[in-house]
Design a protein around this ligand. Structure first.
Ligand code: KIV
Length: 271
């Protein structure tokens, strides 16, 4: 079931048009077939196979441990479920930072094996040659600036980034550099709303925010967080649209009770 009228496959070109027409872009993560089918069916514009799978699916403290093979596994499952949304896959830590040749080799592998539509890389001018090489190979790239989780060990804190002028100015010039080489969008994570508003008005490509205020061209959240499956992560920017933790715990508890009491299965639930 699709909740939106427009069932055409979302493309990078459409996203660009949406910005020009002032239409907001909705983006959400998914890492598996079943969830992606629901997210796509609800009418999401972009599904991000985020490296947050490292935290959400595997229980790691950071996004750093997830591998290229694991990201491809998640992306394949999401692509199989998705008809309408543009599927963007994160390049995991260590697969694009060494040099542009290694970066483009790994980018091509993700595209060939997962059939996703585009890739997302964290960083600005430091990785610009790699971003350019990936774009030159015909692969659409989404940038990611601000609180870039793959650099969490360098930051040493999950606090808001770019409050200081020097970091803010670097972020603005990084965003322009990503646009100039041909990125189709940029994600801005956990930065002051006024700075995100400035970047959004200066760039022609869509700016998608997470903890970056309402002026961005679109918003992205982690699916498990916004559905209330996770309870141990409550940043100010997170709006919970459901309390699946309570719903699932109750349902699973009822199942346990029914099994233990012998109520499940009944005569209609057997052959
Ligand atoms: O991996 C992820 O989920 C992300 C979003 C937080 C933007 O990169």
């Amino acid at each position: 079931m699709y909740l939106v009228e427009d069932k055409r496959k979302v493309t990078t070109h459409r996203l660009f048009q949406m910005k020009q027409e002032g239409k907001k872009i909705a983006m959400l993560t998914a890492y598996d077939y079943t969830t992606a089918k629901i997210v796509d069916g609800a009418g999401m514009d972009i599904i991000l196979v985020g490296d947050s799978a490292s935290n959400v699916m595997a229980g790691n403290m950071t996004t750093l441990p997830i591998t290229l093979d694991q990201m491809i596994y998640h992306a394949k499952a999401v692509v199989r479920a998705t008809q309408r949304a543009l599927v963007v896959c994160d390049m995991p830590f260590g697969t694009y930072q060494v040099n542009p040749t290694e970066g483009v080799t790994n980018a091509i592998r993700i595209m060939k094996e997962s059939h996703c539509d585009a890739l997302k890389l964290e960083g600005g001018v430091e990785i610009i040659d790699t971003v350019k090489k990936i774009l030159d190979a015909g692969i659409p790239v989404c940038g990611h600036l601000g609180l870039t989780p793959q650099s969490i060990n360098k930051f040493g804190t999950y606090t808001v980034r770019a409050r200081e002028e020097a970091e803010a100015e670097k972020l603005v010039s990084d965003a322009h550099a990503l646009e100039e080489v041909g990125c189709f969008a940029v994600v801005l994570e956990k930065i002051p709303a006024a700075l995100a508003a400035r970047v959004t008005s200066e760039l022609k490509i869509p700016v998608i925010g997470i903890g970056a205020g309402g002026a961005c061209d679109g918003q992205v959240l982690v699916v498990a967080d916004m559905l209330g499956m996770s309870t141990d992560f409550s940043p100010k920017f997170l709006r919970r649209y459901a309390d699946l933790n309570t719903i699932m715990t109750e349902a699973i508890g009822n199942y346990i009770t029914d099994v233990k009491s012998g109520d499940f299965p009944n005569e209609n639930e057997q052959y």
